[in-house]
Design a protein around this ligand. Structure first.
Ligand code: PLP
Length: 451
């Protein structure tokens, strides 16, 4: 056993795969076995591995200015350029950008900026944040409190009350519907619950509603048509900000530039980015707020003497150079269009191959992100009692040279690098089909299926 404390790992079962190198969309273990990286690492390696052009840019920046901070008025051109580029890309008014190092700290920054902003405009009581059941927003103290997955909350004593965390329904029709409720009835019920909660708590106490436009870690939930339209209508009615956590959905993943644009979320007030912002070559996050929110923060900071928030590596020049180059490659190589076209093919093939599979209750996704949910009873959609079927499917994939991940127990997620081509999508799906058939045999042998 090594001396690593492994993140998001069963500490009794560590080191199941030791990877050595990557090339394109494949990674290789120590024995040289190739794996198609069907999860783009952790939903992040959009340009794949060993991208020479990007590595050259990173090396150049390392040689030119390997570090410079942004405290106290210091800056550098790549940081200024990246903020300007992001501000021009997003569906927000005059966005201002705060740089960090991870999706989690990007979300923590937003929690702090929300408080700063509402204090600045004389509404200090407006500080609660609505998150959704099954949300994943990271693991730092504040972001981890916005996350709703049981494993990320158990034993950590998150300061939920101090942070004013409110939880509303998740938007997964397949798991959340009651009886023979239609999608439209489901949306009407859960958005009504949201509105009732806002009224109960007092809208004047609620700052923002946070959502992943399409979720990742909680099982790739694509909300039904009309959901976000209704949510925005309610938030506007009660003067509550829409905060889009685009850590997974940003930069082409859903077949559009941003998940907000795929999901009809108009003009979010705040957006969080990480992961594909730099294709995971160097850690970086960006927390964006509306220009007028920034303006409101200027005077109070000047009274204190400083906007007292910032990381040593906020705007790290190497990370900024990497992100700028990644965005240039996205645009030049038309990767968002590619993700849209190939994403349509991926979604259509996932449905064609797996909708009738005896182990599969639902196939879902959009663009280049998807999941198949394995269930104990195909007719009723009844879930398995634990996650052993998901774990088995992941192990079968691994044996077959494919890396996928089981999320929300037994949903097998698919999220390949955006640079994948059609033949490689076919390879992914063939390996996935073989693995699901093997998992089916296992589930039958163990008597886990109600057939
Ligand atoms: N937000 C979302 C939607 C995520 O999926 C993640 C990570 O998967 C995070 C935030 C946290 O990002 P990080 O792991 O970089 O802290």
């Amino acid at each position: 056993m090594s001396h690593v404390i492994y993140p998001q790992t069963n500490l009794k079962a560590v080191e199941q795969l030791v990877l050595d190198r990557g090339e394109g969309i494949y990674v290789y273990d120590k024995q040289g076995k190739a794996y198609l990286e069907g999860m783009a690492g952790l939903w992040c390696t959009s340009l794949g591995y060993n991208h020479r052009e990007l590595i050259d840019t990173i090396n150049e920046q390392l040689g030119k200015l390997s570090f410079s901070h942004m405290f106290g008025g210091k800056s550098h051109q790549v940081g200024i350029d990246l903020a300007e580029k992001l501000s021009a890309m997003v569906p927000m008014d005059n966005a201002q950008v705060f740089f960090g190092n991870s999706g989690s700290d990007g979300n923590d920054t937003h929690v702090k900026m929300l408080r700063y902003y509402f204090n600045a405009i004389g509404k200090p009581e407006k500080r609660k944040i609505i998150t959704r059941e099954r949300a994943y927003h990271g693991v730092t103290v504040a972001a981890g409190s916005l996350t709703s997955l049981p494993a990320n909350l158990a034993h950590f004593e998150a300061p939920l009350d101090a942070l004013g965390i409110l939880r509303t329904d998740h938007a997964h029709y397949f798991n959340g519907r009651i009886g023979d409720e239609t999608e439209a009835q489901f949306v009407a019920r859960i958005t009504n619950n949201l509105e009732q909660m806002i009224i109960r708590e007092g809208p004047e106490t609620i700052a923002a509603f946070i959502a992943e436009p399409i979720t990742g870690a909680s099982g790739v939930i694509v909300p039904p048509a009309g959901y976000y339209e209704k949510v925005q209508e309610i938030l506007n009615r009660y003067d509550i900000l829409f905060w889009a956590d685009e850590v997974i959905t940003g930069f082409g993943r859903t077949g559009a530039d941003f998940g907000c644009n795929s999901m009809n979320i108009e003009k979010p007030d705040m957006m969080t980015f990480a992961k594909q912002l730099s294709s995971a070559y160097i850690p970086i996050s960006a927390s964006l707020i509306r220009g007028d929110m920034y303006e409101a923060m200027v005077d109070p900071s000047s009274k204190v003497g400083v906007f007292g928030h910032g990381y040593t590596y906020s705007g790290h020049p190497v990370a900024c150079a990497a992100a700028l180059k990644v965005i240039e490659i996205y645009e030049r190589d038309k990767l968002f269009e590619h993700a849209s076209d190939l994403g349509d093919y991926l979604q259509q093939q996932l449905r064609a191959k797996f909708t009738d599979h005896p182990l599969v209750g639902e196939v879902r996704g959009k663009g280049m992100i998807g999941a198949v949910e394995m269930v104990a009873n195909k007719q009723t959609g009844k879930a398995f009692a634990d996650g052993q079927v998901g774990a088995k499917a992941v192990a079968c994939c691994q044996d077959n040279g494919l890396i996928l991940r089981a999320v929300a127990g037994n949903s097998l997620a698919v999220c390949p690098p955006l640079v994948i081509n059609r033949e490689q999508v076919d390879e992914l799906l063939t390996k996935m089909e073989t693995s699901l058939d093997q998992t089916l045999a296992f589930a039958r042998q163990q008597g886990l299926l109600e057939e």
